[in-house]
Design a binder for this molecule. Sequence first.
Ligand SMILES: [Zn+2]
Ligand SMILES: [Zn+2]
Length: 157
Amino acid sequence: MSDCDHCHKELSEPRFYLDRNVQDFCYSNEGEFVNAQVLYSDSINYFCCAGCADASVSGILHLLGLKILPPTTNPVGICANCSGPVDMTVPHVAYSLMEATKVMKPWMTHLEVHQDEYLCVVCQNCDNQLMEAEWQVVDDDETGLLELISLRSKEIA
Ligand SMILES: [Zn+2]
Ligand SMILES: [Zn+2]
C-alpha cells in the first residue's frame, strides 16, 4: 500500500484520503437537502495523520487551480476554479478530505469512514473529465469493490 504523500512514512490508522468524488445532491419534495450521493470516488492523495493532511491539502488544491470553500447544501454551489455556479443537483466533481480506518477481515477489507470534510466543488466547464465512464464501477477488480464498500460505509456514516 501507499506511504504518506507528505512525510513518506507508512500509513497508520486512521489515515486520511484526499478524494475526488463525482456526486449529486438529493432534495426532498419540499426542497430540503437530504444527502450528497457519491457516484464515484477516487483517492488522489494519502496522508498518515491530520497534520500531514493539513500541511498538504491546500497546496495540492492550489496546484489544481482550486481553493477551499465553505460547505454548502444549496442546489447551486460556487466553483472553486472560476467562481461560476455549480448545479449541485446533477453529477459534479467535489473534493473532500476523508478520515478512515482500514479494517482487514479474513473475508474482506473495507474502509470505516469517520469523517468526510468537504473542501470544494468544481463546475462542469472547469472539470471536463467528467465522463459517463467515471461512475461505472468495475465490479470484477478489487479496488472497485473496495470503493463500493467504502461508499456503502459512507452512506451509513
Ligand atoms: Zn505523514
Ligand atoms: Zn468553474
